[in-house]
Design a protein around this ligand. Structure first.
Ligand SMILES: [Cu+2]
Length: 147
């Protein structure tokens, strides 16, 4: 009986460790939107030795989420889609205006200040992380709603 319980616990623990990312998130926020697009920012903190790689996200009220970065070409900044954002072991990576961000495209409804959005982050290896993210108005860009 004891050994059966032990096996079950072991399987349960291995499922759990495969399912949840070791990354934690600091100061997540979504930008209130005026148009169909918006952006989401946060600091990803990896307390482990091994790197973690963000590969996507699912966000309530938005079916189309891309990972973006800003790059400079001849003094002009523009957004580009990236396939992944690597968080090296024992490091932080900041998703912030003018840098990495999660781009929310074709929002079904505007993101309003003081609302919350539910977010699931997807990491390599099938790991996920669920968050509730507040909507804020700081740094709103009326021109393009970009990151
Ligand atoms: Cu963007």
């Amino acid at each position: 009986m004891a050994s059966r319980f032990g096996t079950g616990l072991l399987i349960w623990m291995s499922l759990l460790s495969a399912g949840w990312a070791d990354v934690t998130v600091e100061n997540p926020w979504a930008r209130a939107s005026f148009g169909p697009n918006s952006a989401l920012f946060m600091t990803l903190v990896n307390p482990m030795e091994a790197s973690e790689t963000l590969i996507g996200a699912q966000i309530g009220g938005c079916d189309h989420v891309e990972l973006h970065n800003h790059i400079e070409t001849h003094g002009i900044f523009r957004m580009v889609e990236v396939k992944e954002i690597v968080v090296p072991g024992r490091c932080k990576v900041e998703l912030k205006p003018g840098g990495y961000h999660l781009m929310l495209m074709a929002l079904k409804a505007p993101l309003l200040r003081e609302e919350n959005v539910s977010v699931t982050l997807f990491f390599k290896g099938g790991k996920t992380l669920d968050l509730v993210v507040p909507v804020k108005t700081e740094g709103v860009l009326r021109c393009c709603d970009g990151g």
